[in-house]
Design a protein around this ligand. Structure first.
Ligand SMILES: *[C@@H]1O[C@H](CO)[C@@H](O)[C@H](O)[C@H]1NC(C)=O
Length: 245
């Protein structure tokens, strides 16, 4: 799905959080709601010490029903068979964004990460394009180790909405830069598994899709990341020194 953020006229809203009238107040209320949702999440995280967020982008009750009925049928299971997902499902979201009946991955994931409705294409920003605090940042703030594991590009809208703040999902070169720690909060993600290497390579490389010469793989090393680019490097990773919660 592609972004439709360009239909959004308002730009660079930098009004104070709690001052001002109308939209700003609403904005402040949204932020407060996000903080409350964040606090609830944090409480759960503190109790359990480990929290895994499974974000099945584009997957709804219909898909789950289809899978359940199919699995029950072909395996000759009882009528009340429940899938593993049925047992761990803790919630769902109404998928409409602030500017469209049909949400996109960006607004859909920002609803999950920040607890607010925003416009299609928004990555970790509210409808006024102000950054919103994410669950991942909240987890980091209380000292947990954080990670993103995806089957898409790591800079794709869904993981980006937890780990970056940009006005458009198309800005994957900026998202990559923020994910390795180039934004006011510094490095928030400790581990990232996914695709999208081209956004980490300087434009001097033929594999690059960056508009500049920044080498984010090298910058990531400087931020303390270890880059594993092949299966062999992955298998050879020494995890004995990894700090655990
Ligand atoms: C590569 O990036 C530099 C800036 O870092 C820019 O001046 C140059 O035009 C870019 N080259 C290409 C081919 O995009």
């Amino acid at each position: 799905m592609s972004s439709s953020h360009s239909s959004h006229p308002e730009d660079e809203e930098t009004a104070g959080l709690l001052s001002g009238s109308g939209p700003e107040r609403k904005n402040a209320r949204n932020k407060l709601l996000a903080i409350i949702l964040g606090a609830i999440t944090i409480s759960l995280i503190v109790i359990g010490l480990t929290a895994i967020w499974a974000d099945p982008n584009g997957f709804g009750p219909t898909s789950e029903t289809f899978a359940r009925e199919y699995y029950q049928y072909v395996n000759d299971l009882k009528y009340d068979y429940m899938t593993p997902l049925d047992e761990i499902l803790v919630g769902s979201s109404r998928t409409r964004s602030s500017d469209s009946l049909i949400t996109d991955s960006a607004a859909g994931a920002t609803a999950f990460s920040c607890g607010i409705k925003t416009y299609n294409g928004a990555i970790g920003v509210d409808p006024n394009k102000s950054p919103c605090g994410t669950i991942l940042e909240a987890a980091k703030a209380i000292g947990l180790i954080t990670g993103l594991v995806v089957t898409s590009r790591i800079t794709h809208a869904t993981p980006a909405s937890f780990s970056a703040h940009v006005v458009s999902r198309e800005m994957e070169d900026v998202i990559a830069s923020q994910q390795i720690g180039n934004y006011p909060l510094g490095k928030q993600v400790d581990l990232m598994f996914g695709g999208g290497k081209c956004f980490f390579l300087p434009n001097t490389s033929s594999e690059s899709c960056r508009p500049d010469q920044r080498n984010l793989l090298q910058e990531a090393e400087e931020e303390g990341f270890k880059n594993l680019l092949t299966r062999n490097e992955f298998d050879a990773l020494d995890t004995s020194s990894v700090k655990r919660n």
